[in-house]
Design a protein around this ligand. Structure first.
Ligand code: 6PG
Length: 236
């Protein structure tokens, strides 16, 4: 585990964009799973604005680590957020975008997306492998859409599951631990004062932190990086 601390989101965006650009340059094809929420917005904006004409986007295949079960035009959609902050600004082939169909029946979509991963991604350890997978973390310690109240979903023997937001009851499609920990590398992008306690507990492995899904992220490759701003890292 490598912990990288930056002044603010903008500096994280610069560092992560350089990393992704280097990965894309070094490989013929890069399969990436994106996170949702608000943290990626600055990073996607920076990628589009500063690397829009520097990256061969045709080498990048986009997937999502989780998605809200809403239509793709809904303001809650992680896909829509990605369109607004990245996809609408770069020249990436439509066939490279593998969104979760939030408008679909959740159970059917979890099965469809699992099948898609099996079909499209190379197998490592008998499981689909992403080259890189980015994750956020909620202030309750959730990651992707595996929440503490249903942490057992992490170990489900399937690639994707239907999860439920603890407050809103909103259904979500999420990758499970077997896929997340099979990624060649995992990058947490976590910012904000409200995350500092969980960051401290999880990174330092405090007793009781095992109840947070984010603490279960431990890629088989051991390539795990935390990109933190000073606020989120302020207790480390
Ligand atoms: C989602 C995300 C989720 C997110 C965390 C952090 O669909 O909301 O995938 O796991 O990464 O909730 O969200 P913020 O970046 O908004 O703090």
């Amino acid at each position: 585990m490598e912990v990288k601390i930056y002044k603010d989101k903008q500096h994280i965006a610069e560092a992560f964009a350089e990393k992704l650009s280097g990965l894309i340059t070094s490989k013929e094809k890069v399969n990436i799973a994106l996170s949702g929420g608000s943290t990626p917005k600055v990073i996607f904006d920076f990628l589009a604005e500063q690397f829009g004409d520097k990256i061969d986007w045709s080498k990048l295949h986009l997937y999502w680590g989780d998605e809200r079960c809403v239509p793709p035009i809904d303001g809650q959609s992680n896909f829509k957020m990605t369109v607004n902050h990245l996809l609408s600004k770069i020249d990436i082939p439509f066939r490279n975008i593998h969104r979760v169909w939030g408008e679909n029946d959740p159970s059917l979509e979890a099965q469809r997306y699992s099948t898609l991963l099996d079909k499209n991604l190379p197998k490592v350890n008998g499981l689909p492998q992403f080259d890189i997978l980015i994750l956020g973390m909620g202030d309750d310690g959730h990651t992707a859409s595996i929440f503490p109240h249903e942490i057992e979903l992490w170990d489900t023997d399937s690639h994707c599951i239907v999860a439920t937001h603890p407050d809103s009851g909103q259904k979500r499609i999420s990758l499970t631990g077997q896929i997340i920990n099979n990624a060649d590398e995992v990058c947490f992008l976590v910012t904000g004062e409200n995350k500092k306690h969980k960051v401290l507990e999880i990174i330092n492995g405090h007793q009781g932190s095992e109840k947070y899904p984010a603490s279960l992220v431990a890629p088989n490759s051991e390539k795990l990086e935390w990109y933190l701003d000073e606020s989120a890292a302020s207790l480390l």
